[in-house]
Write a protein that binds this ligand. Sequence first.
Ligand code: HEC
Length: 103
Amino acid sequence: MKKLVSVSIAAIALFGMVSTAQADIGQYRKNGCAACHASGAAGAPKVGDKAAWKARIAKGMPALANSAIKGIPGTAMMAKGGRVNLTDAQIKSIVKYMVDASK
Ligand code: HEC
């Protein structure tokens, strides 16, 4: 059921009917964000690690989404985590999931 829900959210997002409000764990897993952010690999802030996210969350969602979209120079965080085919709205919904799971 959970999987079905995130698949339908992804499908809706694809058709542009949902903008940025939904947190999207399905896309987080599917697009490889979890490769770094589930384990903390390459120095990534681990999803669920409140201490690692506190200062980042304090910057606010627009700043977080912006650095996820553009990447953080000099780190393993590439623009859109390397998935340049993702829309900004998709990135924002993934970042929302990551933030919600790390507060
Ligand atoms: C190759 C590893 C890697 C992948 C894949 C990756 N990230 Fe990251 N991410 C990082 C690292 C490392 C940082 C911390 C960079 C720093 O601030 O030093 C980071 C930081 C972030 C931050 C915090 C930005 C900030 O302003 O503090 C967000 C949000 C984020 N990633 C989202 C994503 C999303 C969304 C995806 C998938 C589309 C993704 N990441 C994929 C390595 C990765």
